[in-house]
Design a protein around this ligand. Structure first.
Ligand code: BGC
Length: 375
């Protein structure tokens, strides 16, 4: 992102030292350095992502979570694979080449949704199937070895949404195993506690469960960056209902954005009544753009007030909408987030919302260009 690049540029200039030169060019370089420094100071006042102390020689006013959020940058979800009841059930089996394609195309990170709950015993100690761990290790390593930050989560633990207290012990024990298993992995592996809490896992129940889970994870991973989202499906307008421990600064806060829902979910088989929404377009009218701007500004205000970095961990428009509208919406949402220092992951790589057509082995270029515009 901009600030990181600026930081890197300053760092490079410092490390290289000033070349042997005449007084005029020394003054010129001095002026540039002052300008860059002033610019960076203005940006940090605005609350934009931090610059590293190595780059500025100032006391950092942000924590590592902000740096890591810059590195998450622009990513994609490897959806419909490992969060199906079994990998492959929903049409996607991850391939090594997917990681390479994603890295080569210029994405910074992947979010890997995972359904641990169908790969573990139902009785204490709720042992996770070792072969499933091996498969997740494979996915994580494929990401990390390609310099992609990897976010792993708990996804579609359906039973906990209808019976939070009945599944609390199992959920915590599963997290204990996952956290212990990955405790020696590099910091570029990030944990996300639970995708889209909803139903009976309501605001009060979620705030209680997330704190217990965080404490459990911190026993083995005292400093790993952990992603946590608000209740009610991680909706952006629920951020103010999220309770986080003030003293844990190694947290990134996530939200999902699929508004207008009738546009992004038109014709989606799992969204009741969605056939009636078919044909809705997103034309980038002032009022349509204003809705996105209002949501992103609201998120940014919340983030600045609480001094937390933000990650838009899911956003996307289903393939039943027309491609021009999808591309316009995707570009505007992604850009609006990036401009506010919000990292993101598009939902998703190669299924119904996908940016890649795996059978034909081609990118859906209008969507990829919407996400990663040529600068
Ligand atoms: C769900 C997916 C769904 C997507 C968009 C995700 O959180 O896990 O199954 O396709 O949201 O609705």
């Amino acid at each position: 992102m901009d600030d990181r690049n600026l930081g890197t540029r300053l760092f490079v200039i410092r490390r290289l030292g000033l070349p042997p030169t005449n007084t005029l060019s020394t003054k010129f370089i001095g002026i540039i350095l002052i300008l860059l420094f002033t610019l960076s100071a203005c940006r940090s006042i605005e609350g934009a992502p931090k610059m590293t102390d190595a780059a500025t020689d100032t006391v950092p006013d942000r924590t590592d979570a902000f740096e890591m959020n810059d590195r998450i940058g622009r990513g994609v979800n490897l959806g419909n694979a490992l969060e199906g009841p079994r990998e492959g059930d929903w049409g996607v089996t991850l391939q090594e080449e997917y990681f390479q394609l994603i890295a080569d195309r210029g994405f910074d990170s992947v979010r890997i949704p995972i359904r641990w709950s169908t790969h573990a015993a139902n009785e204490t100690p709720y042992t996770i199937d070792p072969s499933f761990f091996e498969r997740i290790d494979w996915a994580v390593q494929n990401a990390l070895t390609r310099d992609l930050v990897a976010v792993i989560n708990f996804h579609h633990y359906e039973e906990i949404f209808s019976d939070p207290s009945g599944h609390e012990e199992r959920f915590l024990e599963l997290w204990q195993q996952v956290a212990a298993h990955y405790q020696d992995y590099p910091q570029e592996l990030i944990f996300e506690i639970l995708n889209e809490p909803h139903d009976k896992l309501n605001t009060i129940a979620w705030n209680s469960l997330l704190m217990k889970t965080l404490n459990k994870i911190r026993e083995t991973n005292p400093e790993r960056i952990i992603i946590i989202g608000p209740p009610k499906w991680n909706a952006v307008n629920q951020l103010s209902y999220l309770d986080l421990p003030e003293d844990d600064r190694n947290i990134i806060v996530t939200f999902h954005y699929y508004e207008p829902h009738h546009f992004t979910h038109q014709g989606a088989e799992w969204a009741e009544g969605s056939d009636a929404w078919l044909g809705l377009t997103w034309d980038g009218t002032q009022s349509q753009e204003n809705d996105v701007i209002t949501a992103m500004d609201g998120a940014k205000v919340w983030a600045e007030r609480h001094d937390r970095p933000l990650y838009m961990g899911e956003f996307g428009a289903y393939s039943k909408a027309d491609i021009d509208s999808r591309a316009r919406w995707t570009a505007f949402v992604a850009q609006s987030a990036s401009e506010r220092g919000i990292s993101w992951a598009y939902w998703e790589f190669c299924a119904g919302f996908g940016i890649y057509e795996p059978d034909l082995k081609i990118w859906m270029n209008p969507l990829v260009e919407a996400l990663l515009p040529v600068e």
